[in-house]
Design a protein around this ligand. Structure first.
Ligand code: COA
Length: 384
């Protein structure tokens, strides 16, 4: 065997399961009652009492904001509710059936080229880039969606909260008691999606950042990673499956046939949680309450599916399961659910990128060699 610095003696864990791959002070998966904490605060408390803007501030700037700091932060986000000309031009020429996450990935890449701080890598510039991304990502998604569906553009409104603006941009709904309640459901989902330790997209962002590439390059890597159905793509897949099944009676036969065929059922299982994802529990309540106000069928089908998968395979649902029926009740098209995840998770990605820069070492693991023994090169003319 050829001599090379070998990996013997280092434990190998497929998918890096259980392997600590860095240190972080952003999010802790807590096996106690809270389930999950952002910078020490239980997500149950944040979901009950905070807004997404407060949580984004907490992740990016390290503390909960005072009233004045929050007002300033909101004003900064509002100041960036606009897209640069090249991004507008790009959105005007993409095929209408392009995948929204592909649009977002390319849109964020272009935002990096046009960012006023593009040449700046200081911490202050990275905070400014993060705040711009928070505002611009929903706008990229909504603009592309509206262009593809021939719907008139609407402009975010300073009097609305972040979640109210996202709901308005995607569905035109705003300004009534009912839409405020809907926006609160969206707000809580954004809080729950904001951060989750070394999940795949965040890890992709940190690997990219560890090479000292820029914030937008790291965010683009994260968006490409989030798109996959084993990660953020699951929430869209859950809703598409519910729509395809169409009726409670179709749920159990589907579970039986999927499990018999060894297929994954989207929205179930988790690499870390072996009990119900604490975020799913909170979203289940919103899915139920919104269903009671409108069309209860999707919540009911979801619950039948949840119980069947638990009974037949022992698996609990994850955050992407009840976000699907919650978002559907808000009138948001299923194709955009993974984008909603990105609208929120960019706060976690950018916080992680800054944390990586602050204490950087290149992330460069090893692989175990499973290929052929060393062999001699055979010149082209002698190969049979
Ligand atoms: N449906 C059916 N079976 C599932 C499953 C699912 N959603 N998730 C895990 N399993 C089963 C596997 O088939 C395997 O069963 P086996 O031991 O009988 O072969 C076992 O559970 C372990 O699964 P594995 O894929 O090795 O777990 P993982 O830690 O690598 O994967 C996920 C974690 C999240 C990728 C996986 O649960 C999954 O693919 N879920 C569906 C996609 C999803 O909802 N993603 C969002 C995550 S927040």
């Amino acid at each position: 065997m050829a001599k090379s610095p070998n990996t013997e003696g280092y434990p190998y864990s497929p998918g890096l399961e259980g392997v600590p791959a860095g240190e972080s002070a952003l999010c802790q998966i807590d096996e106690g009652e809270a389930g999950l904490r952002y910078r020490g605060y239980a997500i149950t408390d944040l979901a009950d009492q905070a807004t997404f803007e407060e949580v984004a501030f907490l992740l990016l700037l390290g503390k909960l904001p005072t009233r004045k700091e929050l007002d300033d932060f909101r004003a900064q986000v509002h100041a960036h509710w606009a897209l640069p000309g090249p991004v507008e031009a790009f959105l005007g020429v993409v095929p209408p059936d392009a995948h929204p996450m592909d649009l977002l990935r390319t849109g964020v890449s272009l935002l990096g080229m046009t960012d006023p701080d593009a040449a700046e890598g200081s911490h202050e510039a990275n905070v400014r880039k993060s705040i711009r991304l928070l505002a611009q990502i929903p706008l990229v998604i909504a603009t592309a969606y509206r262009l593809a569906h021939g719907r008139p553009r609407v402009q975010p409104q300073p009097k609305l909260t972040f979640a109210e603006n996202v709901l308005y941009l995607l569905t035109d709904q705003q300004g009534t008691e009912a839409t405020r309640a809907m926006a609160r459901a969206l707000d809580v989902s954004l809080i729950l999606y904001a951060e989750h330790e070394f999940n795949a997209s965040t890890f992709a962002a940190r690997v990219a950042a560890s090479t000292l590439t820029d914030m937008h390059a790291a965010a683009s890597a994260a968006i490409g990673t989030l798109k996959g159905p084993l990660h953020g793509g699951a929430n869209t897949a859950v809703m598409n499956k519910l729509l395809e099944l169409g009726d409670e009676d179709a749920v159990e036969p589907y579970v039986d046939s999927a499990l018999a065929a060894g297929e994954k059922i989207m929205g179930f299982g988790h690499r870390v949680y072996k009990v119900m994802d604490p975020r799913a529990l909170i979203l289940k309540g919103f899915s139920q309450r919104l269903g009671e106000l409108g069309e209860p069928k999707w919540y009911r089908m979801s619950e039948v599916l949840e119980l069947a998968v638990k009974a037949k395979k022992g698996l609990d649902c994850n955050v992407d399961f009840y976000s699907a029926s919650t978002y559907y009740a808000l009138g948001i098209p299923p194709d955009l659910y993974t984008c909603l995840f990105a609208i929120s998770r960019v706060s976690g990605w950018t916080a992680h990128v800054m944390e990586q820069y602050a204490n950087n070492r290149l992330i460069r693991p090893r692989s175990n060699w499973v290929g052929p023994e060393p062999r001699d090169y055979v010149p082209l003319e002698r190969r049979g």
